[in-house]
Design a protein around this ligand. Structure first.
Ligand code: NI
Length: 184
């Protein structure tokens, strides 16, 4: 296990399209994923993509805990809105509904900042786990947001590039002025 150095905005590895993984079950990928999970948890992140640890491969890890979502959600809806710690290799996203939803995002590669980003509110995604098994899920809410954010990293895109209103780009330490009013 190891905690890896996280690339920050401006490092070229974050701006390039990452390569497909040839064998999701290889020992190298297992080691990379174990280190990515350690790194994500150490930094208190909800997700991490391999380019963020200077590895230009199509691998992401993320989690969408239940407590990130509206406690008023119906039981049958909760499944789409949350996800356990998940490894996705060579992921693909399909937008189910074009309708966008705004939300505050942060990124371990853009430390201490938050920005308001609109993303598809309902997606379907697929990818492989470390056993080479296909994972297919639908996602909404924070779950849909974190998957889109992490997969963007694989195409060299940071959330900042998705922002439309830079009036809503702010320091984390000032975010409390905004979040209670606008986070839905
Ligand atoms: Ni990020």
């Amino acid at each position: 296990m190891a905690i890896l150095k996280i690339a920050r905005m401006g490092h070229p590895v974050l701006a390039h399209v990452a390569q497909k993984v040839a064998d999701p079950t290889s020992a190298d990928i297992k080691r990379l994923v174990a280190d990515m999970i350690d790194t994500m948890q150490d930094a208190n992140g909800a997700g991490l993509a391999a380019p963020q640890v200077h590895v230009p491969l199509r691998v992401v890890v993320f989690q969408a805990p239940e407590d990130r979502n509206d406690p008023g959600l119906a039981e049958e809806e909760r499944f789409d809105y949350s996800a356990p710690l998940t490894v996705l290799i060579n992921p693909e996203i399909e937008i189910v509904e074009q309708a966008a939803e705004g939300g505050w995002e942060g990124c371990l590669s853009v430390p201490e900042m938050r920005g308001w980003v609109e993303r598809a509110a309902h997606i379907r995604y697929r990818g492989y786990d470390l056993d080479g098994q296909l994972i297919q899920r639908t996602a909404r809410g924070f779950h849909a947001r974190v998957v889109q954010h992490e997969c963007d990293h694989l195409d060299g895109v940071l959330y900042v590039q998705r922002m439309k209103d830079f009036g809503k780009f702010l320091f984390e330490s000032e975010a409390h002025h905004w979040m209670r009013r606008e986070e839905g």
